[in-house]
Design a protein around this ligand. Structure first.
Ligand SMILES: CC(C)(COP(=O)(O)OP(=O)(O)OC[C@H]1O[C@@H](n2cnc3c(N)ncnc32)[C@H](O)[C@@H]1OP(=O)(O)O)[C@@H](O)C(=O)NCCC(=O)NCCS
Length: 150
């Protein structure tokens, strides 16, 4: 059995970051004043903007960019391989990049399967976001729909 320890490796770090272990965070960038709760994974190529908070048990896949002042609730999943060919795609070039603007709030247990969520948008708990969110508002459900504009 080969055991690979989780941990924090090759992270570009801003100032005053707070991380509650255990976590698995590697080859990514954490801005100033970022908070990361326990049991979070942040994969390579991610950028977490200044003052953004990531609550426990969240999974942030490769190539996710969060703006400043985002709040990512507990147990949120970002997915970049959408299984478009009918199975997991080992070719990373086929995966989507996901970009959240500034001050995006994502409720606990949401799943993000889309490329973009605009600044100031709110995603309800347990929502499955399958289309880009381009207008500031509150979105919820599976698939997530606009509840109201903000
Ligand atoms: C979506 C949310 C922000 C509320 O938005 P809102 O615009 O105030 O919505 P309302 O409470 O007025 O509900 C409007 C409708 O959406 C539904 N709704 C609310 N939240 C929902 C959700 N997460 N998923 C699906 N539907 C939801 C309501 O049942 C209601 O339906 P109805 O019109 O058929 O009665 C809130 O319910 C939510 O999910 N917050 C996330 C909280 C969270 O995860 N916090 C983490 C703390 S660590």
């Amino acid at each position: 059995m080969k055991i690979v320890e989780s941990g924090i490796r090759a992270v570009n770090q801003g100032e005053n970051i707070r991380v509650v272990t255990p976590v698995n965070i590697y080859e990514c960038t954490l801005g100033d004043d970022v908070f990361v709760g326990p049991f979070v994974e942040i994969q390579k190529g991610c950028v977490i903007g200044n003052r953004s908070k990531i609550q426990s048990h969240t999974f942030i896949c490769e190539n996710v960019t969060l703006g400043d002042d985002c709040f990512i609730g507990h147990g949120v999943t970002f997915a970049n391989d959408l299984f478009k060919t009918g199975s997991p795609d080992s070719c990373a070039e086929n995966w989507i990049n996901i970009v959240l603007g500034n001050a995006v709030t994502v409720g606990s247990g949401a799943t993000i399967l889309t490329t973009e969520i605009c600044s100031g948008a709110v995603i309800g708990a347990g929502s499955v976001v399958t289309k880009p969110v381009l207008v500031k508002g509150i979105y919820a459900g599976n698939p997530a729909k606009l509840l109201r504009l903000l």
